[in-house]
Write a protein that binds this ligand. Sequence first.
Ligand SMILES: [Zn+2]
Ligand SMILES: [Zn+2]
Length: 188
Amino acid sequence: LDIRSLGRRPGTMAEVHRTILTPSRIGVEMIGIEEGSEVDVDLRLESVSEGVLVTGTVCGETSGQCSRCLEPVEGTVHVFLTELFAYPNSETEQTTDEEDVHRIVDEQIDLEQSIIDAVAMELPMSPLCSDDCPGLCPQCGVRLAIADPDHGHDIIDPRWAGLAAKLDTLTDDEGNGTQTNGTGAGTQ
Ligand SMILES: [Zn+2]
Ligand SMILES: [Zn+2]
């Protein structure tokens, strides 16, 4: 954004309403604003003594995948920006790190990184198609949301197979040992 119209008079303001196309995808691994999507930018630029204060909103359509069932997830992301851009040779520029406070370069401010960071912060790391998405069946991978309500598998975990066999033996012993147990209880 060009800030020349603001002059360098504190209190001067300008508004920017623009729709931009994203030059590349913005977001986190599982959800984001796709490359070439429209992003609405509504900003207020305010000249302050040390630079230009930018406040406003950025919003765009997001698409991604549910982190539980992997179905597509569509949505909208709104972020609120508040960024100070320091004038060259201002006290702020002299006393702060470029990492912490942005700079005005050639009467221009570059909001790209601020927007990318703000959108990434706002988006969930684990997006969900619905809050109670049941996810996938751990055995066969079917989506539980569309599976039979009593979907399940009668599989005995190999670790339990030995125990199951032992239980069978115990049950047999019990049949034979009823009398023995009775006698034992009597002597105690
Ligand atoms: Zn889901
Ligand atoms: Zn299954």
